[in-house]
Design a protein around this ligand. Sequence first.
Ligand SMILES: [Fe+2]
Ligand SMILES: [Fe+2]
Length: 219
Amino acid sequence: MIGDKELAELKERVGRRLSEKRFRHTEGVVEEIARMGEIYLPDAIPELKAAALLHDVAKELPIEEQIQICREYGDPELDSAVNSPAILHGHAASYLILEIEPKYDLPEIISAIYKHTTGGEKMSVFDKLLFLADFIEPNRPWQPCRDAREAFWSNMPSDADARTRHLDESVLSVLEFTLRYLRDRGTEPDPATERSAASLRRKLNETNSSHQIKENPND
Ligand SMILES: [Fe+2]
Ligand SMILES: [Fe+2]
């Protein structure tokens, strides 16, 4: 059971680990994920907030130390992550939590933190919420993040099925933006980001065609 008191204490410990700027971003992710959680996972809000608080705890460690942690725990994607150092901190944090915050070493939290920079082939709703909240949290000043935030909230559908699709489409648009952004700057994206985008595209196409079948039963 994660209560308000535990979360307040966790926030204080995380604050001691992070720079002011990183902590402000973290607070933004907590705020955003709580708002999203009310719609998508109302029974998991404390866990979502804990994942948001912990998602960047390894971000400011030296890269060598991040690699060391991943190696120690046998990260299956270490070889490709080493080539894209910006994604390593999610993997390193997912292992570090076992040492620094074992109470929060819960499968849903660990999975979401591991995938928060690249997504994954089989993302849970929990994974998607952290991935998206990290990009659209209100303290990010970058225009693409602000636009994605506006698009997510202003187009929120009222029915549950459409909301599931809306979340998938929103995550896919961030993944596609990231792929484009990196390529435009001559950087080859991590294969995990490619795989995540491809798998979501497939999922969205499948649900699209099943809707079409329902809508056109005589075709
Ligand atoms: Fe991060
Ligand atoms: Fe982050």
